[in-house]
Design a protein around this ligand. Sequence first.
Ligand code: RB5
Length: 148
Amino acid sequence: MKVAIASDHGGITIRKEIISLMDEMNIEYIDLGCECEASVDYPDYAIPVAEKVVTGEVNRGILICGTGIGMSIAANKVKGVRCALVHDMFSAKATREHNDSNILAMGERVIGPGLARDIAKIWLTTSFEGGRHANRVNKVAAYEKISI
Ligand code: RB5
């Protein structure tokens, strides 16, 4: 598995925590910044990660900002992205099993690095269940193809 990860200035600590987790798990990743603590704009980080996911350059993406909301909104504008904003362990597992989410968004002003690490670990290691859930995911994809 290969992962693209990025944060804005509001998510640097958790981004570093998840990078250290991926090092421990021997997961290959591309770190797309941000490189400084100055204020930056989350779409400039969410969209490049999302594009890498839908083009297949990477399998999954992880995005962190202050709330995770801006990152998830921006990432979900890219067709083929299923970005889940997650701040608890139950949803981290469920969104992989049921939604086949391909991007995880979290907010560093909402949760701490310890919980973010645990969420990322379960999200990275849980498989999609398919079956009836695949029908639902396919309906969203079908709408994307005809949407204005
Ligand atoms: C930046 O101040 C903040 O707006 C951003 O990190 C994020 O929370 C947006 O959704």
